[in-house]
Ligand binder design. Sequence first.
Ligand code: PEP
Ligand code: MG
Length: 754
Amino acid sequence: MPTSALGPRVLLRRLREVMAGPEATQDRLDRIAKLIASNMVAEVCSVYVLRDGGILELYATEGLRREAVHLTKLKTGEGLVGTIAKEAVLLNLSEAQRHPAFKYLPETGEEIYNSFLGVPILRAGQTIGVLVVQNQASRHYSEEEEEVLQTTAMVLAEVIASGELAEVTRDVAVDIGHIKSHQLTGEVLADGIALGHVVLHEPRIVVGNLIAESIPDEQLRLEEAIDRLREQVDSLIARTEFGRGGEHDEVLETIRMFAHDRGWMRRMREVVETGLTAEAAVERVQSDNRARMQRQADPYLRERMHDIDDLANRLLRLLTDQTETAAQGDLPRDSIIVARNMGPAELLDYDRSKLRAVLLEEAAGTSHVAIVARALGVPALGQIEGLVDLVDTGDPIIVDATNAEVHIRPGPHIQEAYAEKVKLYAHRQAKYDKLRDLPAVTADGLKISLNINAGLLVDLPHLADSGADGIGLYRTELQFMVRQTFPRQGEQTSHYRAILEAAGDKPVVFRSLDIGSDKMLPYFHSQREENPAMGWRALRIALDRPALFRLQMRALLDAAAGKELRLMFPMVAEVDEFLRARQFVEKERAFLAARGHELPESIKLGIMVEVPSIIWRLDQLLPMLDFISIGSNDLMQFLFASDRGHPRLAGRYDTLSPAILSVIRQIVDRAEAHDVPLNLCGEMASQPLEAMALIGLGVKSISMAPAAIGPVKSMVLKLDKSQISQFIEPLLSRPDQSIRGDLEQFARANSIPV
Ligand code: PEP
Ligand code: MG
């Protein structure tokens, strides 16, 4: 049985000589094909390069007819070569003609060759060509030969990508596996449309130095890098912010296990032995792992393979000194950041002026990074399965966060359609800008107070930009969530002071810490809960952890010295909880007064109405309150007993149901009876149609995402309050699941933009 005549080391040495030579790329490819054929005792060695339109063109051959070079072309997926490119897999066949994908190519004269070994030529995880050897005798190539061919394919990838062929491969545009156009869907984290180019948050590492000058040196480099990788993983696990116990531990321990995985280490050491550099060896083994990952159907095992892939990337960064995320590099002006996931602080690292959108494979709407994306006003989608493996830096991409869609490398039709859509979007925004300084008054003269929801300092410019009346909900927990440790009292005070200063004369309603449930702090651990939304959260934690609560109250009172402090408590379920919370405020006020601190000019206290039980206590509670705010997100979740974050329940119940609207109506009645101002700050206020219904129910103040102020205001200006009230009243007693259709009709009939 013929086998590698000179062994991989000699082959690699010869390849290095060819690489260093002065020839043009075509000559180099010819010499390489010859070298491989003789080294592997193969009668044929052919190199196919992927060109425009996903066409694989025969670029060099030793053994097939010369005339076929640049003539023989296969589509991706066509024939054995096309299959290798499409699936990024190796094919080792003793009877090539018997393979179902075999395609007869008369111009090559290859019909006399029975055995066939072909491997993809990969660069940074993408197929850019195929390398094949063939023999007349029918035989199965050995594992060692497979290894040699794969290693050689890596070197070829360098030749193809660095010579004059680079232009060709870079422009390979459509129609191959991960190079063709794709449309994916995800979950909307922040609304908007963006056209731009992909920037991988963790750039793929391109290994340039492939062939070892000294194998012992490379062995040493690999061992050192493995040691450093293990240290990194250990210190990651030791970092206190992850706390102890729970899911984190399991995940991190699995990663530690992989960092010590003997099979993985052995494979990389073996490849270094063949004469590749340490980084090239890591990449070689990583390619094998990726190919297996693509074939793996079991999602659990695929996930574990991802873990190894991530570790291999770490190792590559260590070996090539590439440690940065894209945020530190040069960004294109229309960057669309793509990542598996990232922390909120990492997103804040990006230059906002160049950031057009953010796409994440894993994050959900309630994640911290989603909250920051909304605060930055950057369109964002999460839960986009398989995204990172499908894109590469520089790919054109369209993000439609109004329809939860991503178009990767879109065709010309989609690009044109979106260019139009963006214009319309911008036109609409410009119309809203014109309304900015107009008060939101209905056609029959009722002033509606439109406020924004905020939670970070970066939100503050939106207050002026949107022309909102104030901040109706300041979610104080966000400052806690974007950090790795509890903010100290001084830090809290200066944060709240900065908010009040930036808001100027406009009122700000602070909400005390609403942590727990889906808003976890990495450094604050509670026990695992069966029903976290109904668990130990918000005011419940505050009352049980007085030190934490007291600190926040003191910081707020101090920050509002000489001004008005408006403060509300989340998740109040009974009157007593409010009374206890109020006592904290009283005590801290006395504490500061005793120490000579200047106090707020006035303190207005309120609650969020979001736990249904409190609705039946409003007559007792309202006389003690300065205002209330309906948290329709949680109120709806509890009234329908329907998890607000559950993907299967999303859309099952309608906010515009007679049930929800009747409850809101009842709350409005009680607030009016006690002459206590009422606001609504859940997501429903952001939708013009929903906001129209709320005004019909007597709600005069709402609070929403800053981007919604314009659309809601243009609705208010056209609305007749008494007309909508008359229209909606009888609908509340209907047995229907929703009155959305009736409201839409009303809006249409009265030319109200919703
Ligand atoms: C709500 O529940 O409606 C609300 C505004 O609070 P959050 O979304 O922060 O729970
Ligand atoms: Mg809530």
